[in-house]
Write a protein that binds this ligand. Sequence first.
Ligand code: SF4
Length: 439
Amino acid sequence: MNKKYFIETYGCQMNKSDSELMQLSMDSEGFTEAADKNEADIIIYNTCSVRKNAEDRAYSNIRESKAHMRRKNGIVVASGCMAQRIGQKFIDDKIADLVIGPYTSPRIGQIVKNYIKGGRQQLFISQEKDKFTERLNPGLISSKDSTPWHKWITITHGCENFCTYCIVPYVRGPLISFSSGHILDFIKKSAMSGVMEITLLGQNVNQYGQDNKDIPFYELLDRASLINGIEKINFLTSHPKDFDHRIVDVISSRGNIADSIHLPLQSGSDSILQAMNRKYSVEHYLKIIEKIKSTLESYFISTDIIVGFPGETEKDFLETLNVIKQVGYDEIFTYAYSPRLGTTASGLENQVPEETKKERLSELIKAHREAAHAKLKTFVGNQQRIIIERVSKKDDNKVMGRTFLNHPAVMDGNINDIGRIYNIKITELKGATFIAEKI
Ligand code: SF4
């Protein structure tokens, strides 16, 4: 077909994985990847709907591209969550030629090809389960990216939890778990082709298998850890309401699962958790933390917090602050609540002023930094294992990687170290990064 395409990806890792699938589909239909947008005949925007400013940015980039592409008779495609949410608007505003939702995006190559041949359908946002394309495309095993030793492996698609602030269930549809047989086979083949680190990916990995009566997540994790050649397993994201304590036991009994758990708290106030429809209490959450701390010798716990959810009082906020101090997180991702049209919380009247959100955010970050820094300092002098990810941006004679607890560390090295595992000794702490030496 001799036409070039370029994919611009916004948002989460799930979108990045979808972009890989789209790339495979485009390549298999004979399109070639362009070095940048200017060189492309087809520009694909893989959009994100989680935050309003990400949507605004994507919308204006798509509009700008369409103006540019009109002059060269090129094609603009809107895909991803925003395509699912406001698909028809892209067509009505005449700023995208094709709109392709997450269910159909793995077939994008075929769709674009048909359109070039004169096909008239522009909108592809069906969410019928039988149209759901298999995401564990075997082609992904051999597709090489900038980290060939690592694979993101999507184990579920969609979410049906309807947290009141979140747009995901509306745009990604209900939970679909992929068969454990397919997943394990994919991991085995990936390991045979040189992959040694994997990240199992889902909106809520703890719900894995609930829809198709497959094995539970802790068992999937255990079976994956027994595959030859897999040195490190990460998983994202956990929902406290479905978190099975046996996950921690599996981590503790295997040497190749990162002792690193991302457990979104969102709020430390029970009444706000209830308003968010999170379906767990702070007490339940803290029991999981207790299990992690009492079972694992060393651990890395990270979380997501939303401040300024509608109705959040100073007392609610102080309760969140208390949990932050009590848990002593290694990393927190903080967000000021931003209403998403179409979600239940966006219609609530008791919205928190922006100024208050800002103040609460900075107080939270300050409390976390102090606790995290004190914990990080205790690692100096320790030995750890590390996978080297890249050459340092500041110094060609230094390399950077993540330890098996997922802390970033820098040490002497060069390009040949990328993708290799080393035992290291941590000698110093600079900001939140360890300085280390190979043992
Ligand atoms: S669990 Fe809640 S926050 Fe996470 S994707 Fe589902 S609805 Fe959104």
